[in-house]
Design a protein around this ligand. Structure first.
Ligand SMILES: NC(=O)c1ccc[n+]([C@@H]2O[C@H](COP(=O)([O-])OP(=O)(O)OC[C@H]3O[C@@H](n4cnc5c(N)ncnc54)[C@H](OP(=O)(O)O)[C@@H]3O)[C@@H](O)[C@H]2O)c1
Length: 223
């Protein structure tokens, strides 16, 4: 179990979806209190019940609206499609003041999801920081981790690059990476998120070309 003395609860906005549910599963198993957020509270409650059944042991997972989850949590993780990014952030802006927001969003532009297409802010994470303002620390992480293996108790085998608006926020996010059973790296300032988010399109392209579903990255050469 990770060192979680500083944190009690994690909100996963859009936690009813593929990536959010997988991360919620891993953090719940690590002992965090998980608040699944959704546009429809009943959907979040159903996702929470599903995860509790899957874990089959003592875990704290509850479902509620995205706004209520953001209000109650110490740290807020955003796992919604890019089309919902701005609206979701604007809706929770007041509730996340003074907190860390971990943005998992990749600014994919269907149908060309294998082509890197960054928004005017530079990346989804920079856009999140613009929307939320200076009193919110924004980090970005997990964009290169496919949901495929998160809900299973097996080694993911891929690393997580964490960028963010402060070294402290990146360090706290790296604790969540470790709690999810993954290897994380401090990848520097939030401006670097465009590289990490862009890498996801490269990985989706590799999956398509080579018939895989879990292409990821690993940092080599660091002793
Ligand atoms: N899937 C992956 O393997 C993966 C890997 C790395 C990064 N990501 C990134 O993580 C984010 C979530 O991916 P995902 O695959 O988990 O997405 P998803 O399953 O399609 O959607 C996640 C949740 O977002 C909410 N949502 C969907 N469409 C919405 C809309 N138009 N407006 C508002 N809310 C909406 C839904 O929650 P409610 O209906 O309950 O509100 C949904 O359950 C994306 O930005 C994706 O690029 C995904």
């Amino acid at each position: 179990m990770s060192d979680q003395s500083w944190i009690l609860s994690i909100a996963v906005l859009g936690g009813t979806g593929k990536e959010g549910k997988g991360l919620a599963y891993r953090w719940a198993k690590a002992g965090y209190r998980i608040l699944i957020g959704s546009r429809v509270p009943e959907k979040a409650e159903a996702a929470a019940a599903e995860l509790l059944k899957l874990i089959g042991e003592k875990a704290e997972i509850v479902g509620m609206s995205n706004l209520e989850a953001a209000r109650q949590a110490e740290i807020v993780v955003l796992t919604v499609p890019y089309i919902a990014h701005r609206d979701t952030l604007e809706m929770v802006k007041v509730a996340v003041a003074g907190k860390i927001v971990v943005d998992v969003t990749v600014p994919l532009v269907p149908p060309k999801v294998t082509k890197v297409q960054m928004p005017p802010a530079g990346s989804a994470a920079q856009e999140a920081h613009e929307i939320l303002g200076e009193n919110v620390q924004v980090t970005s992480a997990f964009q290169n981790i496919s949901h495929e293996r998160l809900l299973r108790d097996e080694e993911v085998g891929c690393d997580v690059l964490v960028t963010g608006t402060s070294k402290e926020a990146r360090a706290e996010t790296l604790k969540l990476v470790a709690a999810a059973g993954l290897t994380g790296w401090d990848a520097g300032p939030i401006e670097n998120s465009m590289v990490v988010e862009g890498m996801t399109s490269v990985l989706i392209g590799i999956n398509k070309q080579y018939g895989s579903t879990n292409a990821g990255i690993r940092i080599a050469g660091v002793i």
